[in-house]
Design a protein around this ligand. Structure first.
Ligand code: NAD
Length: 508
């Protein structure tokens, strides 16, 4: 290693003092480095410094930092009025408008100002780092340093080398990220980088489920925040992000991956974007809002009806024990054979209910399915078909909710709701690992810290079983006939070999 190292970086330039720049200035200063803050809009950098000082004052009041540390951090922020004042900066982080030509022009100009070994980093969300670096005489000094909003609260930072970025630049940025109090992950220069790419699983698949009328938006959210443990339901998330932001990101990643079917955007979201039905920010999206608060639709009440007899069918997953206990606790007789008034309940893994009924020659009017993959805690998912009788539906609903646990009644769908959303998250992560976007470890980290998922996709797959994830995807692929659901080669290969899903490819 040359003279770059942890102690080398003391002076950091930040260009653009808007939403992101302000946060980057703050974490750089609290990380002990001196910041040169510049914004082309007069007064913007000074205003950002004042807001940071207020923020740090509140942190002192809440006893999260000492008054001395707060004032020292604020003092380390120096406002500059000319780009030329960046001459001595060790690193410059750019957080200006998201426009490739403007960023390229800025980077080319910076090269004429800073030292020849200074690092130039971009906080771009969607532009290729290699493209920005192309404007520079020394593209090896350029990399992405992608923060998340709000920066002081979001611990993750993505370090993104372009195709020509030197390894010393990557090492330095990883160190600087840690000094800024962040958790850096390494990510290839690729559409959506790590977090926005990984996000192609949860929200888009929920929109697909919604667009097919499989479940209501509120039930999709209730299911995912139940036993699978997601902190925010995918549809609430869409409404929070807004159709104006979420829809273009979906379109961009799909386009940049040349119409990869797994990343197909949702038509129902683009329609909302065009109609200005954006979500919380426009007062209405999939949910209605009153004074900025989501109005939660009331769940359908649980009927009093119970079946006389239940047969728990040969499911594809060992959920029978939990179902047995639930049926017994409701005082309903369990049968091994079936008579006319028997309700057949199938614990399925991946297979749709109609497919299972046809395969096993069951009575379509009196056969339902229950998702047992995540256990029977939280909201229980009851699947019916167009052939289910009203009586059987009410009896099954009453039975599953006999202990007042909420029940989401959904239409036939291979993989219910939770199984297919989780399988898609894992599959997207496997596509990413196969393309070398990031390591399984960093994908898991990015998922927890950048997307706030309860666990990373590789951790989830370990708990559930990669073979089961593969089975769900194969059922979806076979039912829909769409390559969207094909298991990633990374996944299929490790299932075939009986290897853990996070085992790396052989080095060449
Ligand atoms: P913003 O509009 O809040 O701030 C941009 C700031 O840059 C403004 O203060 C503007 O005056 C200044 N600016 C614009 N052009 C300039 C130039 N040529 N020279 C100097 N200053 C200039 O935008 P933002 O949300 O902070 O986004 C900044 C960058 O960060 C973009 O590349 C964006 O894609 C990326 N980003 C944004 C988010 C987010 O959630 N907002 C998250 C991650 C990354």
């Amino acid at each position: 290693m040359d003279d770059y190292g942890k102690n080398r970086i003391e002076l950091v330039g930040v260009i653009g003092a808007g939403t992101m720049g302000q946060g980057i200035i703050q974490v750089t200063a609290t990380g002990g480095m001196t910041v040169l803050a510049y914004d082309e809009k007069p007064g913007a950098a000074k205003a950002a410094k004042e807001k940071i000082a207020d923020f740090l004052d509140r942190a002192v009041e809440k006893e999260r930092m000492t008054a001395a540390d707060a004032s020292a951090a604020t003092d380390r922020i120096l406002i500059i009025d000319n780009l030329e004042d960046l001459a001595k900066a060790d690193i410059v982080v750019e957080a200006i408008v998201e426009n490739l030509d403007i960023k390229k022009t800025l980077f080319a100009r910076l090269e004429s100002i800073v030292a020849k070994d200074a690092i130039l980093a971009s906080n771009t969300s969607s532009l290729p780092i290699t493209g920005i670096a192309a404007a520079c005489e020394s593209p090896g000094r350029v990399a992405g340093l992608h923060f998340f909003n709000p920066v002081p609260l979001m611990k993750l930072v993505e370090v993104i080398p372009g195709l020509r970025t030197e390894s010393r630049v990557v090492d330095t940025l990883m160190d600087v990220g840690v000094r800024m109090g962040r958790e850096p992950v390494l990510c290839a220069d690729s559409p959506g980088f790590l977090v926005n790419h990984l996000g192609r699983g949860y929200m888009p698949e929920a929109l697909r489920v919604l667009s097919e009328g499989i479940a209501t938006h509120a039930d999709i959210d209730r299911i995912m925040t139940g036993a699978p443990g997601f902190r925010m339901g995918p549809v609430t998330l869409v409404d929070m992000v807004g159709a104006d932001v979420a829809s273009p990101v979906m379109d961009a990643i799909y386009e940049q991956y040349y119409h990869e079917p797994a990343y197909q955007p949702s038509q129902i979201l683009s329609l909302r974007r065009q109609g200005g039905i954006l979500g919380r920010k426009s007062g209405g999206g999939f949910y209605e809002y009153s004074e900025g608060r989501k109005i939660e639709p009331k769940p359908v009440s649980i009927p009093d009806a119970r079946p006389l007899r239940v047969r728990i069918g040969n499911g594809e997953i060992e959920g029978a024990n939990a179902l047995n206990a639930l049926v017994e606790a409701a005082g309903v007789e369990i049968q091994s054979g079936s008579s006319e008034d028997t309700l057949t309940v199938l614990p399925l893994l991946g297979t749709g209910l109609s497919t299972a009924i046809a395969r096993e020659g069951l009575d379509p009017t009196r056969t339902v399915a229950v998702d047992t993959l995540f256990g029977l805690r939280g909201v229980r998912t009851l699947m019916i078909t167009p052939a289910t009788s009203d009586e059987a539906r009410a009896q099954a609903h009453g039975l599953l909710g006999a202990d007042d646990t909420p029940v989401a009644v959904i239409n036939d769908s291979p993989g219910f709701v939770a199984q297919r959303l989780v399988a898609m998250i894992v599959n997207v992560a496997c596509h990413m690992a196969q393309r070398g976007v990031a390591s399984p470890e960093d994908i898991d980290k990015g998922s927890r810290l950048g997307l706030n998922y309860p666990e990373g996709p590789f951790e989830l797959a370990k708990e559930i079983g990669s073979n089961r994830i593969c089975q769900i995807l194969e059922s979806l692929e076979s039912f829909y006939g769409e390559p969207r659901y094909r298991p990633a080669s990374w996944l299929r290969r490790r299932v075939d070999l009986g290897l853990p899903l996070d085992s790396p490819d052989a080095g060449l």
